[in-house]
Write a protein that binds this ligand. Structure first.
Ligand SMILES: Cc1ncc(COP(=O)(O)O)c(C=O)c1O
Ligand code: FES
Length: 388
């Protein structure tokens, strides 16, 4: 790893914590049973491990274990929540509200529903990336069945006011779904206090393995109905068929347990590193911070740089740091980030942006190396631009 650039792309994914890996390993080999097998100890062992993670996740968000449905990640959880609610409630209404800065795993299922005749309202956000609550209030219609607003943005880290949104939705008896892929383990989440009815989770942004996630589905006050999107053996109380992936589930539970235990200290440490990086970079002129300055994930810094070409900037940074511009899925596309343009950035500023995702294993020394190299790269690109 030593010749690899410094990893600062923790919104794309994170390494599996060694403690998580250690917990997972026995479930590949000696404890390999199918958690659905009820007639022998192999099955019981696996089932006990799955139960343990269900309890950990439920406790983490103040839910009950029966309200946790395991999925392959947050993409599947979002699809199950949005399409599942649309199908179950379409006779009640066919209108869904979401916001412009959502991940494609929310926007695309909504766009798909549009082709089936659903009406989708995509609310703009304010310049700081936050939802405008009065605009949300005005968007409701008698036929609105679902509001989907993410907990933490994957590009600019902005934290939406979940409790306020939840209260507005509950007043109108409209279901509230939140994509908490980037939030679990990093900020406090409470489905009761925040009046959340459905919540998508994933393990791999919080030092757990890839390919495992969950959907919280409220069972009481109100009891939420979702139509399954994958049919088969009737696992997960019929909501998501398919043999449970025990090792990944064990890793998910362990990752969330560690994250919760270390949340306070990690928040302080990452906020400090983020501030250190921003203080260094903002000594340069014409550098803009994207997203709300404080209402954001502790490890997130997203900047736009005037007077440089976006591709040249990333190329210049690459040897020293692994960062990205926009989300990992769209890093292969040439379009500017829909999140950054939703904040009112020009195309140039949306292109010439860098997302720093600082995580558990980054050090102050690394941040200083990164700041120094980023400053030198920007200065050199600006100098070249004035020469041509
Ligand atoms: C906000 C958000 N939602 C959903 C996803 C997709 O999660 P998964 O990779 O678990 O499918 C991501 C990951 O990139 C994300 O950042
Ligand atoms: S799934 Fe989020 S960036 Fe790819």
């Amino acid at each position: 790893m030593s010749n690899h650039p410094i990893y600062l792309d923790c919104h794309a994914t994170t390494p599996v914590d060694e403690r998580v890996l250690a917990a997972m390993l026995p479930y590949f080999t000696e404890k390999f049973g199918n958690p659905s097998s009820i007639s022998h100890v192999y099955g019981w062992e696996a089932e006990a491990a799955v139960k343990q993670t269900r309890e950990t996740l439920a406790a983490a968000i103040n839910a009950t274990p029966e309200e946790i449905v395991f999925t392959s990640g947050a993409t599947e959880a979002n699809n199950l929540a949005i399409k599942g609610v649309a199908e179950a409630y379409f006779q009640k209404g066919q209108h869904i509200i979401t916001i412009a800065t959502e991940h494609n795993a929310v926007i695309d299922p909504c766009q798909y529903l549009k082709t089936l005749g659903f009406d989708i309202t995509i609310l703009p956000v304010k310049k700081d990336g936050l939802i405008d609550l009065s605009q949300l209030e005005r968007a409701f219609r008698p036929e609105t069945i679902l509001v989907s607003v993410m907990a933490a943005n994957n590009e600019i880290g902005v934290l939406q006011p979940l409790a306020e949104i939840g209260a507005i939705c509950r007043d109108r008896q409209v279901l509230f779904h939140t994509d908490a892929a980037q939030a679990i383990g990093k900020i406090p989440l409470d489905v009761q206090a925040m009046k959340i009815d459905l919540m998508s989770l994933t393990a791999h942004k919080a030092y757990g393995p890839k390919g495992i996630g969950a959907l919280y589905v409220r069972r009481r006050n109100p009891r939420v109905q979702i139509a399954p999107q994958q049919h088969g053996g009737g696992h997960e109380r019929g909501m998501r068929s398919g043999t449970l992936y025990t090792p990944q589930i064990v890793g998910f539970g362990q990752a969330v347990e560690i994250a919760l235990k270390e949340q306070n200290t990690e928040t302080q440490r990452l906020t400090h590193l983020r501030q250190r990086l921003w203080e260094a970079l903002s000594q340069l002129e014409k550098i803009h911070l994207n997203g709300h300055p404080t209402q954001r994930l502790p490890g997130n810094l997203n900047i736009s740089v005037e007077g440089v070409d976006g591709a040249a900037l990333l190329l210049g940074l690459q040897p020293v740091m692994a960062v990205s511009s926009g989300s990992a899925c769209s890093s292969a596309t040439t379009a500017p980030s829909h999140v950054l343009t939703a904040l009112g950035n020009s195309q140039q500023l949306a292109y010439a942006s860098v997302r720093f995702g600082i995580g558990r294993f980054n050090t102050e020394v690394e941040i200083d190396v990164v700041a120094k190299h980023a400053i030198a790269t920007i200065q050199s690109l600006r100098k070249q631009a004035t020469l041509v």
